[in-house]
Write a new protein. Structure first.
Length: 506
């Protein structure tokens, strides 16, 4: 087996008309494994063939045709330098521009000559976490570098490398510190019944959940409905003096319209993808994300001074396969597109980011093994890029996975230092129609790994008698009465709500 890849440069391909304004040479990569020679026409093909098996890459026609070809691609990719990857962008679009403008060239210079294999060894070395933290090394790493590194790592490597990388963020509380496992309460309701939503929030609070965000996916997306849910969540937070943030996961423009109509917005949500074309299919642009962020910051400073401990106000969701589902992947594999989505998120200084790893379906991640691998990849790449990375550990009912799949991936991700996970009543989202992780799953992970909620939230739980000596307590009569009184106060503070029909969106 030849352990060194050979690269053959072809005729220089001019980037005429390219927004990148550079010339990119055509490069072929070759590797011989057990007497069989493999040739990869360019970096995009090398990236795709080196990826672990994914049904989405197979659907796109870019996956390795055999295990031997995949091994050859991994060996060849391990010999590519980081400088080569940065110098040869895989896609010419606004997302690439954003990534390259944001890279710290001075920090990257000492890394440029490292091969992907050498960088993997550096990332796994005991000294790397301190260097990454102290030097702000995430700013030197592009999404493509992170994706390439993940491709030549085992599942265990992804866990061990991600574990010590921590990014702390602040909105109404502090998320991401060592020893903290945050939990989003996801109290979705098939008819957007506000009392049902708020009762589900109380259920989450009894399990110590909700420090990451109280985040609702609306069944019916309208400015009126989003505003109603935001006001209801805000009223409950005020009534209980909860140190957490709220969010309604509608389209960014709907949330901004609700904000303009007077609704309180703590976090501005948007799903993002790794290509300009895919984001266009979502109805967003990078400029729109920037404008939305500024609008929410202005709202906080102008209308709600004193409610916040930080200015990180964005919440993003991502997931492998989104660019392919929009026919906007440009021949680039789904892990690399996902990493580029993380690059988009990073540019807007988010409070929370999570991959919805199994939500998109078996066309993109076919079974338990692929979902598990993708979850570990997404988490590692996000952490390496400096994101407050969480994960919605989930699957749909028509994929070859079950709740044991979720249990397995949840344990692996918490062992890997995942920033936050989802809390869904009984792990079954009756509005979105998929399976996730429950309030009691999250509470069990905190017990198993000796973790706790955000510090402000932990203090609130302790003060209300929901935590005793760091462990969840059986709620006594006074505790239950306190929570239900808060619910009554929140509902009483709201105007009469119309009954609205349902229709799931994500």
């Amino acid at each position: 087996m030849h352990r060194r890849a050979t690269c053959v440069r072809g005729r220089s391909a001019s980037a005429s008309g390219s927004r990148l304004g550079r010339e990119v040479a055509a490069v072929a990569y070759r590797m011989t494994v057990r007497g069989e020679r493999h040739v990869f026409a360019d970096l995009a093909e090398l990236f795709a063939k080196a990826n672990e098996e994914k049904s989405g890459d197979q659907l796109a026609g870019i996956a390795a045709g055999s295990a031997r070809q995949r091994v050859a691609a991994k060996l060849a990719l391990a010999d590519v330098t980081l400088g080569e990857i940065v110098a040869a962008p895989l896609i010419d679009d606004a997302v690439t521009d954003l990534i390259l403008r944001g890279q710290d060239a001075a920090l990257f210079a000492p890394l440029a000559s490292l091969t992907v294999g050498e960088f993997r060894e550096l990332v796994l070395s005991p000294s790397f976490p301190a260097r990454w933290r102290d030097d702000g090394l995430a700013r030197a790493i592009t999404p493509e570098i992170a994706a390439a590194t993940a491709k030549i790592m085992s599942d265990k490597d992804l866990i061990c490398a991600a574990k010590p990388l921590r990014t702390v963020t602040r909105c109404r509380n502090t998320i991401g510190e060592a020893g903290v496992l945050g939990v989003r309460v996801q109290p979705n309701h098939p008819a957007d019944d506000l009392e049902g939503i708020l009762l589900s929030v109380l259920d989450g609070l009894l399990h110590g959940c909700g420090d990451a965000v109280l985040g609702v996916n609306p069944a019916r997306e309208s400015v009126e409905q989003v505003g109603t849910i935001l006001r209801g969540l805000g009223a409950l937070v005020d009534a209980l003096a909860l140190p957490t943030q709220t969010c309604v996961l509608a389209h960014l423009t709907t949330q901004l319209a609700a904000l303009a109509a007077g609704a309180p917005v703590d976090l501005l949500f948007q799903s993002v993808a790794g290509t300009e074309a895919a984001n266009t299919s979502f109805g967003i642009t990078l400029d729109l994300l920037a404008e939305g962020r500024e609008a929410v910051l202005a709202h906080h400073r102008r209308d709600r001074s004193g409610d916040f401990v930080g200015e990180q106000v964005m919440y993003f969701e991502t997931g492998q396969g989104s660019a392919l589902s929009a026919d906007a992947h440009h021949g680039v594999d789904q892990l690399t597109c996902e990493a580029r989505a993380h690059g988009v998120a990073r540019a807007f200084d988010p409070f929370l980011v999570n991959s919805v790893v199994g939500f998109i379906g078996p066309e993109y991640l076919a079974d338990a093994r692929q979902i598990t691998r993708a979850g570990l990849e997404d988490h590692f790449v996000g952490k390496l890029l400096g994101l407050p990375m969480g994960c919605d550990v989930c699957y749909t009912n028509h994929v070859d996975a079950d709740q044991n799949t979720n249990d397995d991936l949840l344990v692996l991700l918490v062992a890997a230092g995942c920033t936050f996970v989802m809390g869904v009543p009984s792990a079954d989202d009756v509005m979105l129609g998929y399976q996730s992780t429950s309030y009691h799953d999250a509470a069990g992970m905190r017990e198993l790994f000796n973790l706790h909620a955000a510090p402000e939230f932990t203090a609130w739980l302790t003060d209300r008698g929901l935590l005793v000596d760091g462990h969840l307590a059986d709620p006594t009569g006074p505790v239950a009465a306190l929570l239900t009184a808060g619910l009554d106060d929140a509902l009483a503070a709201l105007p009469t709500r119309p009954a609205l029909p349902s229709g799931p969106t994500r």
